[in-house]
Design a protein around this ligand. Sequence first.
Ligand code: F6P
Length: 319
Amino acid sequence: MVRKIAILTSGGDAPGMNAALRVCIRAGLYYGKEMYVIYDGFRGLVEGDIHQVNKDFTQDIINRGGTIIRSARLPEFKEPEVIKKAIDVLTDFEIDALIGIGGDGTFRGLNDLAKAGFPCVGVPATIDNDVGSTDQTIGFSTALNTICDCIDKLKDTSSSHQRCSLIEVMGRHCGDLAMYAALAEGAEGVICVEHPLKKEQLFKKLRKMKAQNKNHAIIIVSENLLDINALAAEVEKETGFTARTEVLGRLQRGGSPTANDRILATRLSARAIDIVIKEEGSKIVGMKNNAVVDYPIQDAVNMKHEYVHGLRDLIDMLQ
Ligand code: F6P
């Protein structure tokens, strides 16, 4: 029978990780389990930074951004000796199961532990929304709102100066933040893997807007694709707009989680505890069509996040 459950957060932090942690701890305690937290993700696991917690630990964290048990990236957490060390530590602490809150990198780490025989459950949390086994990750909704807040503000100053703003958003290799932000902001352009740059088309449109004396133009660009400063220089040369660039960076990862992220974190984490207690094996939980689902971990890590059908057409129609 499962007696002791440990939880860690790993990879890039995401708003709602604390809400997920809170539910894991409270639900576990509700079922009479001993609950443990691991600081600094897989690094803390390997170093044995593991502490028993009670309900007080979860006071007033549902609305807090970041992760109170901190996060880290540990690229070497795939090497057999590092995995073995982690399992030795978990065994020493008599932990029966591990819950990892994070993105696809976290799930690969959990999968390695699971392959070595240790029961693990993953809860998807990353602002990128790039996890195949869920329609939405914890943190995406908050990051999207943050981006929209920033662009709303930028529109004020862009209008005052009749500028074109090029805004780089996160997403690693997934264009969801860019595309949803473009829809929510009525942006003039969006450039991401799913909606690649068509330079001539974009410049033509900006030239037309300039000729019509439009106040501003907003172009949203996904990270890791192109040099936005070089593109801004081309926009100036080709369209007559003065251009400015903004890289929103890690501020997209901060802030109090939206209600949507808190509810998502609550539903997914409650199911994660359920899986652990019922000893259903190593799994990843997710949300599909507004229902909580789960997949065996070895299947989940190979699932690709699907582009939402029709989004691109909607963007093209409305630009
Ligand atoms: O995965 C989340 C994320 O914020 C990505 O969007 C971004 O590419 C990456 O993390 C940045 O990671 P770090 O803060 O470790 O540089």
